[in-house]
Design a protein around this ligand. Sequence first.
Ligand code: SF4
Length: 443
Amino acid sequence: MNRSDAERIRTVLNSMGYEESDDEDDPDIGIKGVVSCSVRQKAIDRVYGRIRKWNAQRSRRSFLTFLTGCVLPVDQKKFRELFDIVFPIDTLMDFPDMICHYGVPTPISSLARPVPKRVDQNKNAGRIENFWSIKPSYTSGIEAYVPIQNGCNKFCSFCAVPYTRGREVSRPSEDILSELRQLVENGCRSITLLGQNVNSYGLDSHELSFPELMKAVGKIGVETQKRFWTYFTSPHPRDITRELLEIMACYDVLAKQIHLPLQSGDDRVLSRMNRNHCMDRYRQVVQDIRRMLPDATLFTDIIVGFPGESCEQFERTAEAMREFRYDMAYIAQYSPRPGALSSQWEDDVSKVEKERRYRALNEILRSEAMKVNKERIGKRLTVLITGRHRKEGFLTGYTEGRIPVKIKGSSMGIGNFVDIVVTSVKELSIEGTAMASTADQAS
Ligand code: SF4
């Protein structure tokens, strides 16, 4: 999401004549900024470190600093004293005016200011629609992120998103589909639909439902006859329906990869997390995925050390990891997020114990993923080539299931789909050799 936000910020700054620099310490830089994430305290701590460094540099040369992205109200207050400009991302359209307050010349080309479609009903919806109407300056020609939804109504007790991003707003379907069609026609090969609660898309409006949107994406694949993979993240297990899985099974352009956050394998912890589903429901979803999309890879998110999580409850999460055999898991040690309900509860699992649980789950992830990967040896898989490997003579890419791949050979171009035979595996990646004449040139 941050990368996607940054692509729109780039458009705005380019419209003012700024160019991007790869070197943060470049003396010619006129403005430096952060697109922050509030999911964990660690990320916010890094923002503090970065702005202190920049403010120290400002005794030698002058530049503006800005902060946007997900920032909790409590942090916003402190950051206002450290950054020149702090703004909610949905007010990006006003960013040039904020910069001009500092005496920077008027924008070279002004951004079009569309009339928000729903401003009368919902001020937030109008602001975020303005934001979405800014054309992103994509970082890559082959991989793109397309925001489809913003905010969340679920209020998981550990999460700050409803406080940083507000309530759910779905982007108009026609805008999403037109952006996606354009990307596909320009040769984009991998598109990720983004939202904080992506599969509740459409619940707040009369837009298409999420399965209907995915079906419309599938039809773009059929109509254009282009080859591409469409992903979505992050969904909530409650909103994964059989209808969605049926549609995913019907269209080649809907990638067979599902990110299904588990968070905890214990019903009582899930209930205190306000996840509003139990393990039986989660298990049912996984069974449906395995039955209807047998080749799909499964990713997850897990929190260890949630307030009150006993050793026994943690063991249930460990058991669930063995049962579901994830291809990838993003495991986090709990940290209280100010404003979220759980921040009022005692953070009573010690740091040492959180670390132990974190390591234990990582070990399970690695050993289970290794078993799954070993079953892939000798198989033929399609890979999207995304870059050069640091080792000479190899390329990097990923499978439809987003398993990272090291590919022997260097003559195939980035952006191609190529079929490989898997020759060896590691815990979280595989290695393979390209089969002759399978490269599919990007258009
Ligand atoms: S569903 Fe996701 S974004 Fe929404 S509150 Fe829960 S964890 Fe946060």
